[in-house]
Design a protein around this ligand. Structure first.
Ligand code: ZN
Length: 310
């Protein structure tokens, strides 16, 4: 796992958290510093999320070390030791490259429910999206040759950081590790026309996630964020997350009545109005499109659209 650095001598660069902790431990004469760092702050995202209550403080300790290193007389060169990596040398991956499960919520913004020809549901309507559909930021959404109606859906994504069953709604957000940005790409000709909801949501590359995981402690209210989608530069979706029909805590409580939520699971919280199928005429994704989903305080998730070639 890496962390983007705030303003300072390395602003915008990336910290290799595992490496930072190993270097700090070496300075402090901890035995086997690399093995210690691997145990306390694993580099692999799923391992990081599985022990989130322990890895988050370790990550904060590693960042603190980097922030203070410029003032330490014995500080090693952070770039030379591989602790700080120039942003341009790093390719960001999805924050959760292979979630255990991806839960989606249908019609969770009233204006979107209306444009889709329905009303807001009485309880959260959940569906599964295949984890194999995940891609990272700046990667390609591949339009399957057997679909002619692939659509975008900008969404706030919630990443689970604790095992949870029968969560009370109050305090449910405590199981959240953090938030990221998602595009719930959907083949409408399968999802709607053929009633094939699962396959229409689960084609390869249909779950762009990123660019980063912003931990829960940094977002005091996930329902006070602007969310916008741009299709090849044109603003097509614009809303605030307070417009959700069911707040995140309600959805987590509802889902956990029936199934265990696990670290590394991802909840997509629904899309606002403005999807391509509701435009007159409909505007589906085409080769060469660039889709940007932007959420306040989290960042901008960019995807490039290409077509399947056989
Ligand atoms: Zn969706």
């Amino acid at each position: 796992m890496g962390a983007l650095l705030p303003p300072g001598p390395h602003a915008g660069d990336v910290v290799d958290l595992n490496r930072a902790l190993a270097v700090l431990h070496a300075l402090e004469d901890v035995g086997a510093p690399e093995a210690q760092a691997d145990s306390l702050l694993p580099a692999e995202p799923h391992a990081f999320l599985r022990q989130f209550a322990r890895t988050l403080p370790a990550a904060q300790q590693a960042l603190q070390f980097v922030a203070e290193a410029s003032e330490r007389y014995d500080a090693p060169d952070l770039v030379r030791t591989g602790v700080v990596l120039p942003r341009r040398s790093v390719r960001l991956a999805a924050p959760v490259p292979r979630p255990g499960k991806i839960l989606g919520v249908a019609r969770n913004y009233s204006a979107h429910a209306a444009e889709a020809g329905g009303s807001a549901p009485l309880e959260p309507v959940l569906f599964l999206k295949a984890p194999s559909a995940v891609i990272g930021p700046e990667e390609e959404i591949v339009l399957p040759k057997h679909s002619q109606a692939v659509d975008y859906e900008g969404e706030l994504a919630v990443v689970i950081g604790r095992v949870a069953r029968h969560l009370p709604e109050e305090g449910a957000l405590e199981v959240v590790a953090g938030y990221t940005v998602a595009n719930d790409v959907s083949a409408r000709d399968y999802q709607n026309v053929r009633g094939q909801h699962f396959i229409g949501k689960s084609c390869d590359t249909f779950a762009p996630l990123g660019p980063s995981l912003v931990t829960r402690d940094e977002i005091s209210d996930p329902h006070d964020l602007s969310i916008r989608t741009f299709l090849s530069g044109e603003l097509v979706q614009s809303a605030r997350t307070k417009e959700m029909v069911f707040p995140i805590a309600r959805i987590l409580a509802f889902a956990s009545k029936l199934m265990t939520l696990e670290p590394g699971d991802v909840l997509l919280t629904g899309t606002p109005a403005g999807v391509g199928m509701a435009r007159k005429p409909p505007r589906y994704l085409q080769e060469g499109d660039v889709v940007d989903v932007e959420i306040e305080r989290i960042g901008r998730l960019r995807s490039f659209v290409t077509v399947e070639r056989s």
